[in-house]
Design a protein around this ligand. Structure first.
Ligand code: PBG
Length: 335
C-alpha cells in the first residue's frame, strides 16, 4: 500500500472527513447490516426454557420458544440462526444427533416450518453437546490408558449427523469439530445422497479457546476429562497454520469459511481474507466475548451499545462479512 498521493499538511487535512456527521457516514467503508448476522440458539429437549446464567439474556429454548424466536428474527431482518441441540440423554457416541427423531432434527423442522425461506436455518455439526464425555466425536483408548478422539470413526458419524440435518431441511451445515477430513466426508455424503446443492460453512480455523467457557454451560458440553487441544488449534500456533486449515477445507469442498473466536483472532481474519479473496468469510464472536461485555455493562463500567457496535465494526473491518454473534437480535434492534 502506498500513501504517496497524500500532499501532506496543510493541503491534506484528514479531519475534513470527520467534521460533518453526514460526511463521516458517507466516507465509511464498513457498514453493519443484520442480514449478515447469524444468531446462535440453543434448543433443549424439554418442557421449559432454561436461562443460561453465564450468558445474560440467552436461554436454552424449547421448541415452541424457538418457533416464536425465529419469527421475531425474521421480522428484524437477521440473516440466519445456527442451532445447537441439547438432548434428553447423552451417550458415548452422541446417538441423539444421528436420529431423525433427535432434538436437532425436530428443531430444524420446527424452525423451517415457522419461517420458511425467510431466515437461514443453519446447524452446528459437532458431537460435544450429545456425548456423555463431552468430546466432539468418538473416543478411543490409546497407549498409557489415555483416551483420544478417534478421527476417522468420527468422520463416519459426522456424515450420519449431517444427513439428519439435510433430511430435516437445514439450509446450511456448519461443522465445528476440527476433525481432519470432516469437510470432504460431509461433502461426499451429501453428494451421494441427493444434497449436492447444500452448502457447508466450515469452522476452518477454530482455536482451543478459553473464550468458549460460557458456551459449555449453555450447551452442557464441558468435557468430562481432558480438553480439546488435540483437535482445536493452538492459540500460539503460527497463523500460517490457519491458512493451511482454510486451504484444506476449500479443497475438500467448503463453501464458506469461519474463523473463531473473533476479536482475539482478527489477525487471522485479516490474513484469511487477504489470502482467499472471493471466499465468503465468517467470524464467530463467541460466548466469552459476549459475556465479558454483558458483565462489564451490568457493572456500569462500559457503554454496552457502543462497545458492541464497535466490536462488530472491528470484525467487519478485519474482513469478515458474516458475523455469528449472540448480540444479533439486540444489535439489530439498536440499528
Ligand atoms: C462445538 C462448538 C463450540 C462452540 C461452538 N461450537 C464449543 C467448543 O468448541 O468447545 C463455542 C461457541 C461459543 O463459545 O460461543 N460444538
Amino acid at each position: 500500500m502506498s500513501f504517496s498521493f497524500d500532499a501532506g499538511f496543510p493541503t491534506t487535512r484528514l479531519r475534513r472527513l470527520r467534521f460533518h456527521p453526514l460526511v463521516r457516514r458517507l466516507a465509511r467503508t464498513v457498514s453493519l447490516s443484520p442480514e449478515k448476522w447469524i444468531l446462535p440458539l440453543f434448543v433443549k429437549d424439554g418442557e421449559e426454557s432454561v436461562p443460561i446464567a453465564s450468558m445474560p439474556g440467552q436461554s436454552q429454548l424449547t421448541l415452541s420458544d424457538l418457533r416464536a424466536k425465529v419469527g421475531r428474527l425474521k421480522e428484524l431482518g437477521i440473516g440466519g440462526v445456527i442451532l445447537f441441540g441439547i438432548p434428553k440423554t447423552k451417550d458415548a457416541v452422541g446417538s441423539d444427533a444421528m436420529s431423525d427423531e433427535g432434538i436437532i432434527a425436530r428443531a430444524v423442522k420446527c424452525a423451517k416450518d415457522a419461517v420458511g425461506d425467510e431466515l437461514l436455518i443453519i446447524t452446528d455439526v459437532c458431537f460435544c453437546e450429545y456425548t456423555d464425555h463431552g468430546h466432539c466425536g468418538v473416543m478411543k483408548e490409546v497407549s498409557g490408558g489415555r483416551w483420544e478422539l478417534d478421527n476417522d470413526a468420527t468422520l463416519e458419524n459426522l456424515v450420519k449427523q449431517t444427513l439428519v440435518h439435510a433430511r430435516a431441511g437445514a439450509d446450511m451445515v456448519a461443522p465445528s469439530g476440527m476433525i481432519d477430513g470432516m469437510i470432504g466426508a460431509i461433502r461426499k455424503g451429501f453428494d451421494e445422497n441427493g444434497y449436492a446443492d447444500l452448502p457447508i460453512m466450515s469452522y476452518a480455523a477454530k482455536y482451543a479457546s478459553a473464550f468458549y467457557g460460557p458456551f459449555r454451560d449453555a450447551a452442557e458440553s464441558a468435557p468430562r476429562f481432558g480438553d480439546r487441544r488435540s483437535y482445536q488449534m493452538d492459540p500460539a500456533a503460527d497463523s500460517g497454520q490457519a491458512l493451511r486449515e482454510v486451504a484444506l477445507d476449500l479443497r475438500e469442498g467448503a463453501d464458506l469459511i469461519m474463523v473463531k473466536p473473533a476479536l482475539p483472532y482478527l489477525d487471522v481474519v485479516a490474513k484469511v481474507k487477504a489470502n482467499f479473496p472471493g471466499v465468503p468469510l465468517a467470524a464467530y464472536h463467541v460466548s466469552g466475548e459476549f459475556s465479558m461485555i454483558k458483565a462489564a455493562a451490568a457493572a456500569g463500567w462500559i457503554d454496552e451499545k457502543r462497545i458492541v457496535l464497535e466490536s462488530l465494526n472491528s470484525i467487519a473491518r478485519a474482513g469478515a462479512e458474516i458475523i455469528l454473534t449472540y448480540y444479533a437480535e439486540e444489535a439489530a434492534a439498536w440499528l
